[in-house]
Design a protein around this ligand. Structure first.
Ligand code: MN
Length: 254
């Protein structure tokens, strides 16, 4: 295993199967997340025998208002899924209207995870980090389950709180553009860092980013943090192992 893409949407590429195979061939450990639980069966099927690609059962906060009935579909498959996502809350202007519905669904999802876990979650928190952390703190035992905040855009205060709760962070290339964003990313503890592309929603060289592009994210992230990419790569690999085994203490130094 070389690199880690802990949040991308392989089923939204023109050729889903080819996208899975490409990640597998590149040996990038890839978590492909669904935006709707209706996509779960196909995702589950295509990642059953892959060594590097895993699927997550999601219900995207931006889709909650359109398909309130999807929460039942999500619950139907939860026992099959070790990874949950994309889930969360989006309080951006476009989705503000559905905020109450989003919170209800997110709370339901967390309670369900708490009762049939342990689960590993990848969480969306646009303009809603405090609300997301409030829910996590109240509803999900984070000593058993593991939460990864994807595309974190919160404040330094929210970051510290998330770290104290035990959250990990998956960082993409867009989060490294400009000094203000880098300054926040620099404050993520090195034992909580993962990488992601969130492809196809981000681009690399004017095309949708794919899992193999995380190698460039690692280089940018190393530059942002003023460290060597090789060391960062092994730190991320170590973090991934800790996430996958759901051990919450940092590994002792070898
Ligand atoms: Mn996403």
């Amino acid at each position: 295993m070389n690199f880690v893409d802990f949040h991308c949407h392989l089923d939204l590429y023109p050729d889903f199967e080819a996208a899975v195979m490409a990640a597998e061939t590149a040996q990038v450990y890839t978590l492909t997340v669904t935006t709707t639980p209706r996509a779960w069966q196909r995702n589950h099927e295509l990642t059953r025998k892959t060594k590097f690609v895993r699927a997550a059962l999601g219900l995207h906060p931006q889709l909650v208002a359109e398909h309130p009935e999807d929460v039942d579909v999500w619950a139907k498959y939860v026992h099959q899924a070790r990874f949950i996502g994309e889930i969360g809350i989006d309080a951006g202007p476009r989705y503000y209207k559905s905020l109450d519905a989003q919170k209800q669904v997110f709370e339901h999802v967390l309670k369900t995870c708490a009762s049939c876990g342990p689960k590993i979650l990848t969480i969306h928190s646009t303009r809603a980090v405090t609300a997301v952390l409030d829910c996590l703190e109240r509803l999900l035992p984070l000593n058993e389950n593991l939460a990864v905040l994807h595309w974190f855009t919160g404040s330094a205060f929210e970051l510290r709180r998330a770290v104290e709760l035990g959250c990990y962070f998956s960082v993409n290339a867009q989060m490294l553009i400009g000094e203000r964003r880098c300054a926040i990313v620099r404050q993520i503890p090195s034992d909580r860092l993962l990488t992601e592309t969130d492809g196809p929603f981000t681009t690399y060289q004017n095309r949708p980013a794919s899992p193999a592009d995380v190698r460039h994210t690692v280089i940018e992230l190393a530059r942002c943090r003023g460290i060597d990419p090789q060391g960062l790569t092994s730190a991320i690999q170590q973090n991934l192992r800790r996430v996958m085994t759901q051990r919450h203490e940092p590994e002792p130094e070898a």
